[in-house]
Design a protein around this ligand. Structure first.
Ligand code: NAD
Ligand code: MN
Length: 453
């Protein structure tokens, strides 16, 4: 990291080259077993949690409570994964020949490139970085251009925890230059990417060209199904936080609410009431419930989707829909939490990832129709159902093609010991977190035969 810090001062090209070479010059074999990810790192993150939280809110706007949760995720990830360093199991098995001993062990992949988005600026880097270290790898990490500080804080904590220089290398910069430099670099054996599906496709192509391992976590268009037997207040609560938490800028955001016709009116009315009451403002104010969106580009994108919803898609704008510009709002990127009702499932606002405080209520006549609507998008990250009927819940769970599924709970809320990831346009089959991430970050199944005479 000392090298990486020096490297930061250099121009992009030199910076990349130096970071890669400083990582490569370290013998990663020495780091097997999680020796460098001790609970010491967790202690440092706990000690400085408040500062990291404030930094994050200042950096990207999410409300303090959520920023604290983001830092906590890094803490949880550190403690959980450090323990996994003692459980990097392989296996032994009988061999065909009597004089052979067969076993499989895990080996580090080598130098890993980690590319992360801005919406979970410490949690997502930690999800990649910590298990990569526990598996004995070295890393080059590039945070999103909007959120270098939170990742810098994490990397500095690694340094303080005693992880040797050169093992963790931070580079900052834009995706098309620094990001592409990572995906194209021949020394990087693996690239772990989280971001939009369009960028993920570019990353995957670059990795395919040079046969690098590539793990992708991408966009979502997640649905909550609300059945006619649901606890409506509970469903509304889940929808509000799923749709408007982190100002809707979550890969797991509840951007579609597929509601049974029998409870549709009641649900929509309560949802609009709850949404109108949300307090939008500065994330650093503890009373704020919904913070700003990330930047001016995001405002334009989200406002253009609101326009598409009203006109092209002919949906009903039930509440919100405006950029807030008066008073203090003039200094930021604030958009009213927005609900569209009577949304047809094939329209753009019901198909495309808006990544802002906008959700679409879609009517359905039956459970099977609701499941069909839920599945009818290019993404497959998270889905949920609100129902009192266990058979309906299991039916929906089995028929919904997503990586994550909830019953009577919103589409959000990952846990570090559970595998996280999606299907279709959301992922390419890998999972993060849990023990599953270790399979991606280590070369599994290396059979060794010993001629034991
Ligand atoms: P993005 O795709 O714009 O950028 C993600 C990262 O990729 C950034 O660090 C960026 O600099 C880099 N990048 C951009 N172009 C690149 C290129 N050509 N080569 C290499 N790297 C490049 O995404 P974003 O706007 O930062 O984040 C929002 C997106 O991330 C949303 O689509 C959201 O759903 C997704 N996301 C997914 C998950 C998940 O786990 N599935 C989690 C969070 C966010
Ligand atoms: Mn982007």
């Amino acid at each position: 990291m000392v090298q990486a810090k020096k490297a930061l001062a250099k121009k992009t090209k030199t910076r990349k080259a130096r970071a890669v070479s400083s990582a490569r010059s370290n013998d990663y074999q020495n780091f097997i077993g999680g020796r460098w990810v001790s609970s010491r790192l967790g202690e440092i993150l706990i000690r400085d949690k408040e500062k990291y939280t404030a930094d994050m809110t200042r950096e990207m706007g999410k409300v303090l409570k959520e920023a604290g949760g983001d830092v906590q995720e890094a803490i949880d990830c550190t403690y959980y994964t450090a323990g996994e360093g003692r459980r990097l199991h392989g296996f032994t098995t009988p061999a065909e020949m009597p004089n052979k001993f067969a076993m499989c062990v895990r080996q580090p992949v080598g130098l890993c490139g980690l590319i992360t988005p801005w919406n979970f600026p410490m949690a997502i880097p930690s999800w990649k970085l910590i298990p990569a270290l526990v598996c004995g790898n070295t890393v080059v990490i590039k945070p999103a251009e909007a959120t270098p500080l939170s990742t810098y804080n994490l990397v500095r904590a690694c340094e303080e925890a005693g992880i040797p220089p050169g093992v963790v290398n931070l580079v900052t910069g834009y995706g098309e230059t620094v990001g592409a430099g990572i995906t194209n670099h021949p020394a990087l054996r693996l690239v772990s990417f989280t971001g939009s599906t369009d960028t993920g496709r570019v990353v995957a192509s670059a990795c395919a060209e040079r046969n690098a391992i590539c793990s992708l976590e991408m966009g979502g268009k997640n649905a909550i199904i609300v059945m006619d037997d649901a606890d409506i207040d509970n469903a509304v609560e889940g929808a509000v936080w799923g749709a408007f938490g982190t100002s809707g800028q979550r890969c797991t955001a509840s951007s579609r609410l597929v509601v049974h016709k029998k409870v549709y009116k009641q649900f929509a009315k309560k949802l609009v009431e709850r949404t109108r009451a949300l307090r939008v403002g500065n994330g650093a104010d503890p009373k704020t419930e919904v913070g700003p969106v990330i930047n001016e580009d995001a405002v334009h994108k989200i406002m253009s989707y609101i326009d598409i919803g009203e006109h092209e898609d002919a949906a009903t704008l039930a509440c919100g829909g405006q950029r807030l510009t008066k008073g203090d709002y003039a200094h930021g990127y604030f958009i009213e939490p927005t609900v569209f009702t009577d949304v047809a499932p094939h329209t753009r606002i019901a198909q495309e990832e808006i990544f802002g405080p906008v959700t679409s209520v879609i009517p359905a006549n039956s459970l099977d129709e609701a499941i069909e609507i839920t599945n009818g998008v290019r993404y497959g990250l998270s889905a949920a159902i609100y129902t009192q009927d266990v058979n309906r819940a299991f039916h929906a769970m089995e028929e919904t093609y997503t990586g994550i599924f909830y019953v009577n709970s919103s589409t959000i809320g990952a846990e570090v010991h559970l595998p996280f990831g999606g299907t279709k346009g959301t992922g390419n089959g890998h999972r993060e977190a849990g023990t599953q991430v270790l399979d991606m970050l280590s070369d599994l199944m290396i059979p060794i035969s010993i001629d034991s005479i």
